[in-house]
Design a protein around this ligand. Structure first.
Ligand code: HEC
Ligand code: HEC
Length: 330
């Protein structure tokens, strides 16, 4: 157990394998997250690469009509979400699903709500191609970037070669890896500061771990098992309106399953669920309290909880304590 006076930020020499200059810049992992962050050997983090990635994240040239950037949907001020039920891409095209937060995706094992992508490097090019998001080819984006002296120079400095799709992905993925949320009241409480959570929030935590069954799926430093569950959200009028994980595995039992999302920053990322169908945290708690929609193959961990009114309130107050400090960049 750590002492309450422990500083909120740990210094970590993750970059020891790199040159001394690079190693000197340490990646600071906020309190509560795993000190070990998996980083691919062929795409190590450097400050220059990360700031190039950050610039691209904000760059509207990555969309067909130059109207949106990654940050249009993943707004830094909204914990990297957009407050919309489903995402809206170029030409006001509505997508089928809501924009998830992208904090702590460095620890992710599968990407998107259905986990169809395996690495962040692959992931970051998908929204560029998606018709209902940025709707452009990666080659067109590369051609646009090549028109800029600054971009040609920075890619050359960071990667030692001409701008190309692989390095575009590497820069974006590197920036996304540095978007981290931790050091919340919950983390401080777990690390020994008994006063970091109010009595009501502590009661909510007991329900989260006990009567509520929430930690069956929302567990570990990032409050997710990174696995897929059918919690009945996509079950409407007697059918699944979104196949979820089934689209990836073609396994009938995966129909209606979605990846357990992190609960970090959850009070800031309404509306909730893959389709944005629940407006407030109170609605989410009510949904679980009634055991979810009665879908076929509903996860066996879902059943009516019979929470009392003040228990539901306490659970919401606990969820609010999962908002902490978001840091990005090196
Ligand atoms: C039009 C809105 C929109 C834009 C623009 C957009 N995203 Fe997303 N992003 C989404 C949505 C919606 C999802 C979830 C889609 C799904 O699961 O099918 C998502 C998912 C992700 C994920 C996976 C999160 C997880 O939990 O697995 C990452 C990482 C991500 N986006 C990064 C980016 C980057 C980098 C860019 C810019 C190149 C970008 N996004 C542009 C809406 C957007
Ligand atoms: C069986 C696994 C499981 C259990 C148990 C579970 N969850 Fe979830 N949770 C999920 C999955 C999967 C989703 C995404 C579902 C979807 O969008 O279709 C989710 C979504 C959420 C969301 C919305 C997240 C977002 O970004 O939109 C919140 C909040 C949440 N759960 C809180 C809880 C609480 C509180 C409990 C306990 C009362 C709980 N969960 C129990 C698996 C679970």
């Amino acid at each position: 157990m750590l002492a309450p006076c422990m500083p909120a930020i740990f210094l970590l020499s993750l970059l020891a394998a790199q040159s001394p200059a690079e190693a000197a810049k340490k990646l600071r992992v906020p309190l509560g997250l795993d000190a070990y962050m998996p980083i691919p050997e062929d795409n190590l983090l450097t400050p220059e690469k990360v700031s190039l990635g950050q610039r691209l994240f904000l760059d509207k040239r990555l969309s067909r009509d130059q109207s949106i950037s990654c940050a249009t949907c993943h707004e830094p001020d909204r914990a990297f979400t957009d407050a919309k039920a489903v995402a809206v891409g170029v030409f006001d095209r509505k997508g089928p699903r809501g924009t998830p937060t992208i904090v702590n995706r460095a620890y992710g094992k599968a990407f998107f709500w259905d986990g169809r992508i395996r690495t962040l490097e692959e992931q970051v090019l998908q929204p560029i191609l998606a018709e209902k998001e940025m709707d452009i080819t990666v080659e067109e984006v590369v051609a646009r970037l090549k028109e800029s002296d600054r971009d040609r120079r920075e890619f050359q400095d960071v990667f030692g070669r001409e701008i190309n799709p692989v390095d575009l992905a590497r820069a974006l993925a590197s920036y996304v890896r540095t978007i981290l949320s931790g050091d919340s009241p919950y983390d401080r409480y777990i690390n020994g500061d008994r006063n970091a959570l109010s009595e009501q929030a502590r009661r909510g935590l007991r329900i989260f771990r006990g009567k509520g069954n929430c930690t069956d799926c929302h567990l570990g430093p990032n409050l997710t098992d990174e696995r897929f569950h059918n919690t009945g959200v996509a079950w409407r009028d007697g059918r699944f309106v979104d196949p979820g994980r089934y689209a990836v595995t073609q396994n009938e039992r995966d129909r209606g399953k979605f990846k357990t999302p992190t609960l970090r920053e959850i009070a800031r990322t309404a509306p909730y669920m893959h389709d944005g169908s629940l407006a407030r945290l109170e609605d989410v708690v009510k949904y679980y309290d009634r055991g979810g929609n009665r879908a076929p193959n509903l996860d066996s961990d879902l059943h009516p909880l019979n929470l009392k009114r003040d228990e539901k309130r306490a659970l919401v107050v606990f969820l609010e304590a999962l908002s902490g400090t978001i840091r990005e960049g090196l």
